[in-house]
Design a protein around this ligand. Sequence first.
Ligand code: NDP
Length: 401
Amino acid sequence: MGNVLVIGAGGVSSAAVNKMAMNADIFTSITLASRRKFKCDEIAAGVKERTGVEISTAEVEAMDTPAVVELIKSTGAELLVNLALPYQDLALMDACLEAGIHYLDTANYEPEDDAKFEYHWQWAYEEKFEEQGLTAILGSGFDPGVTSVFATWLKKHKLDTIRQIDVLDCNGGDNGMPFATNFNPEINIREVTADARHWENGDWVTTPAMTKKVTFDFPGVGEKNMYLMYHEELESLSTHFPEIERARFWMTFGDAYINHVTVLQNVGMTGIEPVMHDGKEIIPLQFLKTVLPDPGELGALTKGKTCIGDIATGEKDGETKTYYIYNICDHEECYREVGSQAVSYTTGVPAMIGAAMVLKGIWRDPGVWNMEQLDPDAFMDMLNTQGLPWEVHELSGPVEF
Ligand code: NDP
């Protein structure tokens, strides 16, 4: 059915490419390219062993737009799936426009020298994609991604309005390491050390990072401490659901993780400004990434479950209703299936499903789209059949935290 080019060969990419190969009726040709080809070859060898499917690999620098355009043309791809880093989003969108193909990513653009993940840079591409009749899908991971589709599904099937939404991201897994992030350490640490912001009554409310903590009993996992954080889907959800009065994002962290991040921050290791070291400029956070475990390698070590979802309150036929919609995912089961832990899996599978929506022509309207703007039903069906089944329950009332 479709020819896809995947850029980036990390943890998320590995899960996504394995799942694409397992859906060879949709993904009839797959090319995997990244700045280090041997990483692509390693993933390709695993895919071949697991599924028998051969994928092509290539070396490419994502910021080199002419090189990416040439690669797109040589593969004949009709969709580029960007599973590299948020810094490369705009360069890859430019390459798609130049080569005339569709685009999909899992994280919004962020300038390398400023930890500001905001959508306006990518939303500015709306007219260009629309004019060329091309589709760009932003944020097709779990959060953003599935949690945004969950919100749209609730609004389509259970609620007339959404007044309050809390996105709850719990990783109840343990990899046995004293300190390791479960996706790209640089991006993860930039996210958790940023001020917490949430949307309330038409404005952003800012609180210092990691200061608001709530204990929540997660289905399939149990009680965990979760912290109020800023996350990119708050910007797009509050834009696309103007009736939302409060939108918040919460993520669980263990005490050891918080202690490590606090110390690293206090000693300056999470900084993104260059410093001189031995006569050479280095960026502390990039050096830290180099010495931390590679999240893509943690699959075999990680046990336990994730539980990610939304609690939404709104009106249905004039009555106030609250729903909790979530997925529970088991780290060890993911590893058995695709050789990745659940954080890579819960991001890579929705990337594959979003790509399938484009290739099948279900999500093909020209323009730049966030996930909550698209019809949720076919995507929600594929979550159930592709390893991320979801449940929805009505709660007795709005959340009290
Ligand atoms: P990794 O760091 O494991 O993988 C990134 C890959 O991109 C690496 O293979 C890296 O190459 C490659 N890459 C980086 N820069 C370039 C470049 N300039 N040109 C070509 N290739 C490049 O990250 P993850 O797999 O953990 O995360 C991938 C993306 O998914 C990130 O954007 C992350 O923010 C996002 N994400 C989204 C989530 C969601 O739910 N929406 C959740 C988790 C992650 P090399 O191996 O040489 O470093």
